[in-house]
Design a protein around this ligand. Structure first.
Ligand SMILES: *Cc1c(COP(=O)(O)O)cnc(C)c1O
Length: 714
């Protein structure tokens, strides 16, 4: 389970940075105060882009393995964004006559590689170049020397940017920069500017442990001081007219370091939305400037809108923000239908939990309950393989306040992990553990009259729910024992806050099972009436578990104890239910290909030589086995898995830690590829109920037995 909290400080500052970039391009204060505008847009706002670079460098370096793979993925993602942005701005390019230049091709190449086809798009090639330069430098010469090298590059950049006035005076330097500027408009690019920030990001990631040595406040104050000094630096350079451009300052380096360190102190929930929003604002704001200007012209309201730069700025932010929200909405919808998870680093086999689905299911269930009835989330047995504490905490966030566990130790774990609300222990707890029940505020099920007596004898005041046996003949005081039940209500130390029964044939639509269930419900409520007849005030009542709720929805009670449907799974594939709810499976089980080989006709595969290849086959070994909870009964073609969106049957016997699948006809499979055992891959899906049924069981068993060797991701 990932306990690490996300970097909410960094996520939050992304938005601030995007707003600063937009400010650079609009100069919102220009109408009032030139110096103020210079300070805001030419000095302070210059932290924005380095912040993005540092953030990328930071996350590229986090976790020491697979750096090159991460770099490749970063390059791909950035290139894609670059391409999309270029296409997005094509109409604007056309409108502004971009393609009419005589020396079009060399100019275009220059723009693609360095300057961007619109003024702010230089960011993308710079990010890619900066990432590569920094990663390669760090690999070659280590972080410290890489930093020195990157500072040297930055120094070259400085003399072509804010300090160009100095180089212009030295003929050799001037020639050098004339050549540089023939290739790229500014030294603020992926070679001279970006690498130092990427290296600093990487360095910060490697030394993150030192974060706590000094307080966050001291970093913040340091940052403020540096910012003030950098402002002075900028004003002096401006005074002496040295700036050719104003992106690079000497003090920008310490300034960024302190800012970033300060932001690292803020940890909390991951907010991908902020990341997406800042990206959209960054990309679309120049388009919005054009849009606002055009709209103002069309409506003849230039005086109000565009001639006042602050109003223009706010209007652009509003539109860009709306575009960001729209984008996040679309992405969220898209992700709902195409959930993608990157294979976790170094993981062999893992379980992916979509907490959004858990919350969604909880809401749907709650919405479909009668007035006054509440969801009791059954999180026993590791929340059916979903991870009990993580599941319960996530449901807490969705407003769920009642849980059921099977054992006292499960209950204690939930409490220790900070789960709020009621927790009912459904199974037997030895009476001598009464004190622990009390200490951890757990409600105990009274299993029968003898259990009640024994608990009472311990002399510890307990909250309990009384189980009533209405025909399952598992736990509970018999419906025929009203008098003994009434005696339990008189016990001094047991405070009965709930009374319940369990139905045992609710997922069947056979006539006799339906009649049986209705009899169970009838006798239970008859029993309750008799109790009230004896003057007992009835506590909270609960009857249904998942299928009871789906098939007998109208029972009047206080809780529904939902397990399997809360996880969005069906118990089996063939149950028909009276009420269909749109629930979403929250769990996927995945593994990786360990090896691929050719097996020729007549050769056998695996233990017992249970499979013999009828023809030449491509066989892949998957890094999961029955010790991970994947049932051995799925051996020999009973079960199948998904790979590259296609089905592949299991061949031979499933081993303890591995198994083999037939991938003949599925091209391009190699070690490291992801295999889906439960869940979706492309158009194909294997629901838990399907795998369970092929294994001769129900998904409840399959899910709850998923082994402790799996990694959990949510
Ligand atoms: C396990 C259990 C449940 C939950 O059952 P589902 O069918 O998964 O909803 C409810 N009540 C009791 C007493 C249980 O033991």
């Amino acid at each position: 389970m990932k306990g690490e909290k996300a970097y909410s400080g960094i996520d939050g500052f992304r938005i601030a940075a995007a707003l600063l970039v937009a400010a650079i391009h609009i100069s919102p204060l220009a109408a009032w105060n030139g110096t103020g505008d210079f300070i805001l847009t030419r000095v302070v706002a210059r932290v924005a882009v380095p912040f993005f670079f540092m953030t990328s460098g930071f996350f590229l370096a986090k976790g020491t393995e697979r750096r090159m793979e991460k770099l490749a993925a970063f390059t791909k993602a950035t290139l894609r964004l670059y391409l999309i942005s270029m296409i997005f701005y094509l109409p604007l390019n056309l409108y502004m006559g971009y393609f009419n230049t005589k020396l079009f091709l060399p100019e275009f190449l220059k723009d693609i590689l360095f300057d961007g086809t619109l003024y702010h798009l230089w960011y993308f090639p710079a990010a890619i170049a900066g990432a590569w330069v920094s990663v390669l430098l760090i690999r070659r010469i280590g972080c410290k020397k890489a930093f020195i090298a990157a500072v040297c590059l930055y120094a070259v950049g400085l003399l072509g940017d804010s300090y160009y006035g100095l180089s212009a005076k030295a003929p050799i330097l001037k020639t050098f920069y004339d050549n540089v500027f023939a290739v790229t408009d500014y030294t603020r690019n992926g070679i001279f500017y970006a690498p130092v920030f990427f290296v600093m990001g990487a360095w910060t990631a490697e030394n993150e442990g030192r974060r706590s040595k000094r307080g966050g406040l001291s970093y913040f104050l340091g940052f403020l001081l540096m910012l003030i000094l950098m402002t002075s630096e900028g004003l002096i350079l401006r005074e002496f007219g040295l700036q050719r451009h104003d992106s690079m300052y000497i003090l920008l380096i310490p300034c960024m370091y302190l800012l970033f360190r300060w932001l690292l102190f803020f940890r909390g929930r991951r907010r991908e939305m902020l990341r997406d929003m800042s990206m959209v604002i960054y990309i679309v704001h120049p388009m919005m400037i054009v849009v606002v200007r055009m709209a103002a012209k069309l409506l003849s309201i230039q005086t109000y809108l565009t001639e006042n730069p602050m109003v223009l700025y706010l209007a652009v932010l509003l539109l860009s923000g709306l575009a960001g929200i729209l984008y996040c909405r679309i992405i969220r919808e898209w992700k709902k239908h195409h959930p993608v998870h990157l294979p976790p680093e170094g993981c062999r086999s893992w379980v992916e939990i979509d907490q959004g689905c858990l919350k969604y299911n909880a809401r749907i269930l709650q919405k479909n309950m009668p007035q006054g009835c509440r969801l009791m989330a059954v999180v026993k047995a590791g929340a059916y393989g979903h991870g009990d504490a993580a599941t319960a905490r996530c449901l807490n966030q969705a407003g769920v306040r009642a849980f059921a566990a099977a054992t006292i130790d499960e209950g204690i774990t939930l409490r220790k992990e900070g789960v709020q609300g009621e927790i009912l222990i459904l199974g037997y707890t030895p009476p001598f553990r009464a004190k622990e029940l009390r200490r951890w505020r757990l409600m105990q099920t009274v299993c029968d009259y003898e259990h009640a007596l024994a608990l009472e004898k311990m002399g510890t005041n307990l909250q309990v729910h009384l189980a009533v046996d209405s025909g399952m003949h598992r736990l509970g005081i018999s419906v025929d024992d009203v008098n003994r039940a009434a005696k339990v209500f008189q016990m001094k130390h047991l405070k009965i806050t709930g009374i319940f029964t369990h139905l045992c044939a609710t997922d069947s639509s056979r006539q006799q099972d339906v009649e049986f269930t209705e009899r169970q419900i009838g006798t239970f409520f008859g029993f309750l009436e008799e109790l009230s007849g004896q003057g007992i005030v009835l506590p909270k009542i609960h009857v249904q578990s998942s299928y009871g709720f789906l098939n007998y929805p109208d029972i009047d009670c206080d809780y529904v104890r939902a397990g399997i449907i809360l996880y969005g799974a069906d118990s089996r594939t063939d149950t028909c239910v009276r009420r269909k709810l749109d629930l979403r499976p929250a769990l996927a089980l995945k593994s990786t290909i360990a090896s691929v080989k050719k097996v020729y006709a007549g050769e056998s595969v695996g233990y017992d030589r249970a499979y013999t290849a009828p023809s030449d086959r491509d066989i892949a070994v998957v890094a999961i086995g029955y010790a991970d909870g994947y049932p051995r009964s799925l051996s020999c073609g009973k079960g199948s898995v998904l790979i590259k969106g296609r089905r592949a049957p299991i061949v031979g016997r499933i081993c303890m830690d591995q198994m083999m699948i037939d991938v003949t006809g599925i091209p391009g499979i190699s070690a490291g590829d992801t295999v889906t055992l439960i869940g979706k891959d492309g158009e194909e899906e294997i629901p838990a109920s399907e795998a369970a049924e092929q294994a001769g069981s129900i998904s409840n068993e399959l899910l709850s037995r998923l082994g402790g060797r799996l990694t959990y991701l949510s």
